[in-house]
Design a protein around this ligand. Structure first.
Ligand SMILES: [Mn+2]
Length: 333
């Protein structure tokens, strides 16, 4: 595959996913990730964005992409619960590396992210984006609208609404979805195609919840997920988000999970989704035939405990790859 030269200059080679205590019958992720330069095509392309200037609380998620890649080294090709084997599915995975982020310039970083991911979409590759802070969801989703001419549905998993107008006049990790609804020129995401899952905790405010309600955004709290079950909630979210759209994007903020599953993040939450609920949401949402990408954001290795949050991020990434493998075998694509 080939990217335009001005785009290739914006990405830095990834730290390779290493080998990890291999059994002769294990196929590890290091065996399954191809060099993108040499690959003819790929189904899934990993892209890291080591950037956390949008964080207003505790920084550290600029180290997220390489934290998750390190944890991916412990992953193999098969998961018994979903019974998918990546090898027999024939799914092709590449790693494009990390976007060359500028810590001192959020808008320039967003411009680079949008440019790189737009070109990845033009190659027909489904991006697996590793953040980085949640401000990046805006350029991630804008890139998809660039290639679909709008008509994108979005499901977001998060502890927080992320619908702020601004933080003291600036773009932050609290503003991406307000921007997605109001600022994508000519082709913003329609509120009725946007669903938030997992919102919880005394870090939100009624003003922005009112905005969500008035706009017609469906907000499903973590409490509602615990009471109804993730399966039912995902069914509802998929019905809403895919109604009349050409493509679906999942934005997964690791702080939508309970702090037991994701302690290493800028704003950990008691009462968030369980690890199972997060994994099951990815599994169900990302098998959808319209699914065109995911970002997994706010994994902050310097704030982590025993590397658990990086492992959680890697497990979500593997469930995404597994779901795309399942979709590929189901759809014959
Ligand atoms: Mn968020």
């Amino acid at each position: 595959m080939k990217l335009p030269a001005d785009i290739e200059r914006l990405i830095l080679p990834p730290a390779p996913v290493g080998k990890f205590v291999p059994d002769e019958y294990d196929i590890e992720m290091s065996d399954l990730i191809d060099d993108w330069h040499k690959a003819d095509h790929a189904d899934v392309g990993i892209i890291g964005i080591p950037f956390d200037t949008g964080v207003v609380i505790r920084r550290g998620c600029r180290f997220g992409p390489d934290g998750v890649r390190t944890a991916l080294a412990m992953s193999t090709s098969y998961e018994p619960g979903v019974d998918v084997d990546l090898v027999s599915s024939g799914i092709k995975i590449v790693d494009f590396g990390n976007v060359d982020a500028m810590f001192t310039d959020l808008k320039e970083t967003h411009r680079r992210v949008e440019a790189v991911i737009t070109e990845v979409y033009k190659l027909g590759v489904t991006p697996l984006i590793l953040g980085g802070d949640h401000s990046l969801a805006y350029p991630d989703i804008k890139a998809l609208t660039n290639v679909t001419n709008g008509n994108v549905g979005v499901i977001m998993i998060d502890g927080h609404l992320d619908l702020r107008i601004s933080h003291h006049g600036e773009i932050s990790s609290g503003t991406p979805f307000r921007r997605m609804l109001e600022e994508i020129p000519g082709q913003p995401v329609r509120p009725e195609n946007f669903v938030e899952i997992g919102i919880n905790g005394w870090h939100n405010n009624a003003f922005y919840m009112d905005y969500a309600r008035k706009k017609g955004i469906r907000v499903i709290s973590a409490r509602e997920v615990h009471q109804r079950g993730i399966e039912d909630v995902v069914d509802e979210a998929l019905t809403r988000a895919t109604d009349g759209v050409k493509a679906l994007f999942l934005s997964f903020d690791i702080d939508g999970l309970d702090m037991a599953a994701a302690p290493g993040t800028c704003a950990p939450n008691p009462g968030g989704l369980t690890a199972y609920q997060g994994l099951e949401a990815v599994w169900r949402i990302c098998q959808h035939p319209l699914c065109r990408g995911i970002d997994i954001v706010e994994v902050a290795p310097p704030l982590d405990v025993l590397g658990l949050t990086s492992m959680m991020g890697a497990a979500l990434a593997m469930h995404f790859i597994g779901a795309r493998a399942k979709a590929k075998t189901a759809g014959g694509g």
